[in-house]
Write a protein that binds this ligand. Structure first.
Ligand code: G6P
Length: 375
């Protein structure tokens, strides 16, 4: 009811603003990277200590999910390969369940699901199990769900109940859970020094404060949304682990504002989407201050040279300034490996405020359901 919404107009907006709290709750009690973070409960409700044995045993990771959860998995692939050094594949659940694949019994199958009840993701899990992959872990927001019951190990995010159909706080808490999983896998493979562990934990603990400062950028995002509301197409660019963030930004905009949006890894611009660039298609660029920024800047020049208008999310410590045809929002300083968790937030706000400006039913977009429990 309206009372629960407090100062917010929609659940989606409320849930976007709950992210500092959701992230803090998800981290509560995390003092160290320990196997218990991922252990499941046995039939009697006792904690099993299976995680360490499983993590030692596996030599690859297969992530299965749908929708926004799939994009958190795509982000995690970058972490798992770079930090834990373990090969990782990510697959849309509805594809995996129906194709002939090559099973590796030493795979850790990771399902990601807000609801824990998505039919395709459950079917993909069961399919993997039927192929002899017994090591399964879920990152899930509902402790009592079928997904948690059916997986060997579980990591429960503490986003709290999510009502808006477009997922927001579930996504950022999934990312956090997947980052913790990455660190635990790295540790089990002797790739995490105590110094690195301490550094990552400190960075995670600072996230709620960093998220607050990103949320404070809402007025600037609203002015972008005023431009977007009259557009019919938008392009999102990112590179590296921010490419899945660009995909998630495009998905959010499609879902609730009904503007056609797609995302590309910026290096692929020249292989197609550059042909679409005109002054009437805004190009959102996720531009963290990382080792790919110089490459990304030349991709941005390619867009500008064709009259495209850029909307850039830059980190506070980089040298990107607003100019003609280029609107810049300054984020906090570069946040290292956890940067995707910050950069997705203005994209959520952009979709939200664009949808509000267009007058769509933000919390219940047409044709979509919160949880898709049938195929
Ligand atoms: C639906 C929702 C999405 C969600 C997807 C996967 O399509 O509208 O927001 O990302 O299902 O749901 P899950 O509960 O498995 O994360």
């Amino acid at each position: 009811g309206a009372a629960e919404l407090g100062p917010y107009r929609h659940y989606m907006q409320k849930e976007i603003f709950e992210q500092p709290r959701a992230v803090a709750d998800t981290l509560e009690g995390v003092q160290a990277i320990v196997p218990e973070l991922f252990d499941g409960l046995d039939a009697e409700g006792n904690t099993q200590t299976a995680a360490w044995r499983v993590f030692k045993e596996i030599d690859s990771v297969l992530i299965l999910a749908c929708g926004t959860s799939y994009y958190s998995g795509c982000t995690a692939k970058y972490w798992i390969e770079a930090i834990a050094g373990i090969p990782c594949n990510v697959e849309v659940a509805s594809e995996y369940r129906y194709r002939t694949s090559v099973p590796n019994p030493r795979t850790l199958v990771v399902t990601i699901s807000q609801s824990g009840e998505t039919a395709d993701t459950l079917a993909a899990l069961r399919h993997a199990q039927s192929l002899g992959m017994t090591h399964t872990l879920t990152v899930c927001n509902v402790a009592t769900s079928a997904m948690v019951r059916e997986c060997e190990l579980a990591y429960i995010t503490r986003a709290g109940v999510e009502i808006g159909v477009a997922s927001t706080k579930a996504f950022t808490t999934q990312l956090l859970g997947l980052f913790l999983l990455t660190l635990a896998l790295a540790q089990s493979k002797d790739r995490l020094t105590p110094e690195q562990e301490a550094k990552y934990l400190a960075s995670m603990r600072h996230l709620p404060v960093a998220l607050q400062s990103v949320l404070a950028l809402e007025p600037q995002v609203i002015s972008w949304a005023e431009d977007f509301a009259s557009k019919e197409n938008a392009l999102f660019l990112g590179r590296g682990m921010h490419y899945p963030i660009a995909l998630e930004g495009a998905l959010k905009l499609k879902e609730i504002s009904y503007i056609h949006a797609e995302a590309y890894p910026a290096g692929e611009l020249k292989h197609g989407p550059l042909a679409l660039v005109t002054s009437s298609m805004p190009v959102v660029t996720v531009a963290p201050h990382d080792e790919l920024l110089e490459k990304l800047k030349s991709n941005m020049q390619e867009v500008r040279a064709r009259g495209g208008v850029l909307y850039v999310l830059a980190d506070g410590d980089s040298q990107i300034e607003s100019e003609e045809g280029m609107h810049v929002i300054r984020m906090p300083e570069h946040y290292g490996a956890l940067s995707p968790i910050l950069h997705v937030v203005p994209l959520q706000l952009l979709a939200y405020h664009t949808a509000v400006a267009r007058g769509t039913d933000v919390d219940k977009p047409r044709n979509l359901a919160k949880s898709v429990t049938v195929e």
